[in-house]
Design a protein around this ligand. Structure first.
Ligand code: GLN
Length: 484
């Protein structure tokens, strides 16, 4: 079997059976990265030497009979994860020269099990965006059609999986940044419940929303990756101390009798017909598999985008205050301290990040705080209550991930409002703090992938993974590959 067709599980079997070494697999991946980068641009930094060294160490472990599921598997990380000794930019010029002194817990967990790091993946600057066009390191392209965006902000994490430039990747999701690129690139992407995965060592965008999660080519790999990174971390006070279920063991239980809610606010008139068709087909598939559908309503959905863009920008304005040219990152030449701050930030941040800092600072400023920030927090509670109420009736919800398939590069970058509105189906999940997954569910007439979203109860990852697995067994979408 071709290494570029392999899932984590298939590569693991080949490594364990000694048909292939991690050195060979890693070498092949590095070659493919080099060959495809001019067309795709998934990576900001390729860690060739470290990767080969880690592959050698993994092969040694395997020879000694120590072959964990992740040993020797070449993975890659969004450039928002701190990696000790390896440049971490978060897609920003302000961190162009930043070499972190420590690593993110989620990466340490993968590395400790023998995973190989191929490099750091492109993203929107500070994870602010839906198209990967706001990176200071160029735009990533969609492997299915290189004139289209791969989605964002974890665009590099999705394109690398779709172009088979990594076996699996990690991304982060604040308002859809794992699920939307997964949907646009035809891979599986899961945003876990807030608190499920440690965010220690993950550069903060909006701390009450950010979560870490996997992007993979199938649900089984997704379960494996989630199992590896989930769990309590004393270094992240928002991580929850509740046991991590054996997600992989419970995948095959089927969906007979599963109650799936269809929120009417997510099936709107403006929905792209190809997306609508994929949703109808997905519903049909689940019905055949024995699931039951229930019509539900999440009445405050309309307010989600506005609420999100107040809360996320307010938190971002506070989180990004630390980039002042003093302790790390870009420092501009200037005569006085205040001038140095201003110039460093003016030169270091891109236009979208500046826009968000200004919006957030405004929403938090005296006189406006109650009218905007406090109001948004109250509406967030209403949105959360919509989910709690509906989850008393259903086990999971099924919705589109995005209103359209991947749009063209350049189409929305000068129209921030249109860009923000495209997050309407992913944002409410982050505001509610629950979990959701994007699964390949079809293709548009133009040949672009379309994802379906399964939303689970808080800490209900097990259920959405099981439902996702059943869907995958009944469909072929996840087996299609971009002809790149
Ligand atoms: N597109 C959304 C934003 O720009 C979500 C980004 C994310 O999830 N990091 O904020």
């Amino acid at each position: 079997m071709n290494i570029f067709d392999m899932t984590i599980h298939e590569l693991h079997a080949a490594l364990k059976g000694k048909q292939l070494s991690s050195m060979e697999a890693t070498g092949a991946m590095l070659e493919r990265i080099e060959a495809l980068e001019p067309q795709i641009g998934s990576y900001i930094t390729v860690t060739r030497e470290q990767a080969l060294e880690a592959a050698g160490a993994a092969d040694k472990k395997i020879a000694e009979g120590n072959c964990d599921i992740l040993t020797g598997i070449p993975l890659a990380l969004k450039d928002i994860f701190l990696t000790e000794g390896i440049r971490t930019t978060c897609g920003s010029r302000i961190l162009d020269n930043f070499i972190p002194p420590y690593s993110a817990t989620s990466w340490e967990k993968l590395r400790d099990r023998g995973a190989v790091l191929l490099g750091k993946l492109n993203q929107d600057e500070f994870a602010m965006g839906s198209s990967s066009e706001s990176s200071a390191y160029g735009t990533t392209r969609n492997p299915w059609n290189t004139s289209c965006i791969p989605g964002g902000s974890s665009g590099g994490s999705a394109s690398a999986v779709a172009a088979r430039q990594a076996i699996a990747t990690l991304g982060t999701d604040t308002g859809g940044s794992i699920r939307q690129p997964a949907s646009h690139c035809g891979c599986v992407g899961l945003k876990p419940t807030y608190g499920r995965v440690s965010r220690y060592g993950v550069i903060a965008y909006a701390s009450s929303l950010d979560q870490v999660g996997p992007l993979t080519i199938d649900v089984e790999d997704c379960a494996t990756m989630l199992e590896a990174v989930a769990g309590y971390d004393p270094k992240d006070s928002t991580s929850v101390n509740t046991p991590v279920p054996d997600y992989s063991a419970n995948l095959k239980q089927g969906v007979k009798g599963l109650k799936i809610g269809l929120p009417k606010e997510y099936f709107i008139d403006g929905l792209d017909p190809d997306v609508q068709q994929a949703m109808t087909a997905a519903i049909e598939t689940y019905r055949r598999l024995g699931a039951e559908f229930v019509d539900i309503s999440l009445p405050h959905t309309d307010y989600a985008v506005a609420t999100y863009y107040l809360i996320a920008t307010a938190e971002a304005s506070s989180n990004l205050a630390r980039y002042d040219g003093v302790r790390f990152g870009h420092r501009a030449d200037a005569d006085a301290l205040l001038g140095m701050y201003t110039k460093s930030r003016s030169e270091g941040f891109g236009a979208e990040v500046k826009r968000r800092i200004m919006l957030g600072t405004y929403a938090l400023s005296s006189g406006y705080y109650d009218a905007y920030y406090v109001k948004a927090q109250k509406v967030r509670t209403l949105i959360m209550n919509d989910f709690i109420r509906s989850f008393a009736e259903v086990d999971v919800m099924l919705t589109p991930v995005a209103p359209t398939p991947a749009f063209k590069i350049g189409e929305k970058i000068n129209d921030p409002l249109q860009m923000y509105l495209s997050d309407i189906f992913t944002i409410p999940v982050n505001l509610a703090g629950t979990c959701a997954m994007s699964l390949p569910a079809g293709f548009s007439a133009a040949g672009l992938p379309i994802g379906v979203q399964l939303i689970g109860k808080p800490f209900g990852e097990e259920t959405i993974l099981r439902a996702g697995y059943a869907f995958e067994q009944a469909t072929e979408w996840h087996t299609r590959k971009a002809a790149i």
